[in-house]
Write a new protein. Sequence first.
Length: 491
Amino acid sequence: MKDLLKYISLAFFIFFSGYLDCYSDDGLLHLQKGLRAYQESADFDQAISELEQALKSGLVNSEDQLKAHLYLGFAYIGKELRLHAEIEFGKAIRINPSLKLDSKVYSSKILSVFEYVRARLVDSITVISSPGQAEVYLDDQKVGITPLKLNDVLTGEHVLKVTKKLYQPKVIEIQVNKGDDNQFKVELDKQDIEFILDSQPTGARVYILDKDVFDSNPYGLTPVTLKLALDQEMAVKLSKEEFSDKELKLKLTDAGFKLSITDELIQIVDNTSSIKINLESAPPPGILKVTTNPAKATVYLDGIVAGESPLTIEKVTPGTRNIRISIPGFPSEIRKVEITSGKVTSIYTELGGGLYITSLPDGARVFINEKYMGITPFKTERMPAGSYQIRLTKESCRDKSSTVLVEKGKEKEVKFRLPQLKGSLSVSSDPPGAGVILDGEFKGNTPIIIYGIPIGQHSLKLLKSGHEDWQKQINIQDLKLTWQFVKLIRI
């Protein structure tokens, strides 16, 4: 079934192609008859009939179409049908806007009508680009190099494209108006050109210079794809263990990528290029030991995770290396370390600091930045350097707060004295002169005011000769005077 459909499709294609060819040939036959009728016998009616039939039958070649419309215009002028002639001349001019008639060949009447139509349909445009010397395309046809003046452009809408090597193509829709200035200025933006930076051997870390300092984190491992725009420079460093670091500058010029280390030019093909740098073997490696307080800090060597502290890194390429030590919640410690061939380089760093908090009396609850931490005396874990709000609370004592600065690498002792909450007691009796005993301690005789009593429950007892003893639990409140009057009973 598939083979049958295939043969049917092929037969249809052959038949249809032949039909179109016959149709086209028929149009050419009518065109030739029309031209002979006009040129040899000046039979305008037959010329018009044959030329119209030629266009109706189909003319594949645009030159044949132009010729048919042009001679139709000639024939209509011969028939004094100016409006019809103008229409046909307009169609011919739209096929070829630069079409002109030789004044030595054609009559003044034909020239007059043709030039009238042409003057209404075409005008000139000027294209200026920044930078100059850019290629100009009008409706997908290349027409020249900027600065460019184009004559014989049809009025109406067109698509203008301006291109230049190392710049982004600019495509704009333009409107060409009769009698207007029709000047179009195009600003071209520089294009980012990709290039592949590779090394021998591959797998080297690539660092990019930023504000006179190479990034601590690598952009990637060779081969990597980078971008530069015209006249832009980039400084990079290639680093690989057991090989010496290689620094170079790249600049994109009209001629290609220029390398600072060799001054050679690397050509650009299809907006891309490839650059390979040979790395040289480094001297014997050194050893790097990293210890931290607290431990388990992440250690980065030239932007690559090397492990957790305490850490010993074997076979470190000699030279200046970037070390970053990091623990979540702590500012990273960044250092430059000089590694010496065959020697051990040790690093010790304190991340943050600590606090030792005591109180008088002890047993106070400790809050740091309003988070409960423990009971005094209290020693914190390592914490990032900076300011902290410390608050201590204890029952029957006044809260105490203070702002404390934690310093990197230091453990600071912070002492708090918590004042007790106190009130006062006024005691009077009838009869007066009774002895007052508070919590088993004689305080004096009534009437009396006792100051500085800790808040809470206390035992109060009154004694007087010839009267019954009196005793009661009383509650003392902070900064308040408690009144107590006692009517003593005679024995």
